[in-house]
Design a protein around this ligand. Structure first.
Ligand code: NAP
Length: 250
């Protein structure tokens, strides 16, 4: 893997879509926990380079479109060749392409499913393969409150995030005896570019509906992910952890 500079990698974590937003905060959290973090991105070259410059040998930053199985396979082939193991996978890469269902065409549908759900499938497949050989591993999938309760204009996104929950629970059952835990976190509305794209008046309405009256911070999601990959969470698998300021309570 040409972009790697770590000479003595410890445990290896993979974070998809980790150069911005929630993923970026998760990278910081995992570096703090002493993981060498393999970070993927799709198009943000500048934030990728900034991350390399800032965290240097603590991260390997690689362009990988998670919706393309061949690119995911290349990534994991390189990780296996260089490090021989995968300890943590965080399926974080995600997009929205919002439209009311009546106006939503099949390309809006497919693109979001390809990135958010198929991407998690391709990455999980390779990570679990490595983790089963090790008899250990942690996967955290970033789902969403929208996958739990739906949302206007987000049929594609809601279906992808509900799909991620189904994937999480099934993989948890299939891998519980292999020492691998698989959980999901379901953020509500977190202050990142994704929420920044919502029109101001809609954002204000959303915020007023949140019991805590504020959007969450990326770091607050990252801390929950940090817990789910830690030794302290060894008996937790197949769960949805809500991080939503009280917006949904169940
Ligand atoms: P964001 O700021 O828009 O960042 C999205 C990240 O995903 C970027 O790093 C982006 O890389 C990457 N990405 C997008 N398409 C990709 C692809 N095909 N292959 C690889 N990487 C790709 O979003 P965010 O708010 O941090 O969201 C992160 C995750 O949390 C997503 O799964 C999202 O659905 C979920 N979530 C967010 C919220 C929220 O309120 N923000 C709430 C619930 C769930 P590039 O920059 O290179 O394109």
């Amino acid at each position: 893997m040409s972009e790697t500079s770590a000479e003595n990698p410890q445990s290896i974590a993979v974070v998809t879509g980790g150069t911005r937003g929630i993923g970026r905060a998760i990278v910081d959290e995992l570096v703090e926990q002493d993981y060498h973090v393999v970070v993927t991105y799709r198009s943000s070259e500048k934030s990728a380079q900034d991350l390399r410059d800032l965290l240097k040998n603590k991260v390997t930053v690689k362009r990988t479109d998670v919706s393309k199985q061949n690119e995911v396979d290349e990534l994991f082939d390189a990780i296996e060749q260089k490090y021989g193991r995968v300890d943590v996978l965080v399926n974080n890469a995600g997009i929205t392409q919002d439209r009311s269902f009546i106006k939503m065409d099949s390309s809006d549908w497919k693109h979001v499913i390809d990135v958010n759900l198929n991407g998690a499938f391709y990455c999980s497949k390779r990570a679990i393969n490595a983790m089963q050989k090790q008899n250990s591993g942690r996967i955290v999938n970033i789902s969403s409150i929208v996958g739990q309760q739906g949302n206007f204009g987000q049929a594609n996104y809601a279906a992808s995030k509900a799909g991620v929950l189904g994937l999480t629970k099934t993989l948890a059952l299939e891998n519980a005896r292999k020492g691998i835990t698989i959980n999901a976190v379901c953020p509500g509305f977190i202050a990142t570019d994704m929420v920044g794209a919502i029109p101001e008046e809609v954002k204000e309405k959303i915020q007023n509906g949140i019991p805590m009256r504020r959007f969450g911070e990326a770091k607050e999601v990252a801390k929950a992910v940090g817990f789910l990959v830690s030794k302290d969470s060894a008996y937790i698998t197949g769960q949805e952890l809500n991080i939503n300021g009280g917006l949904l309570t169940h």
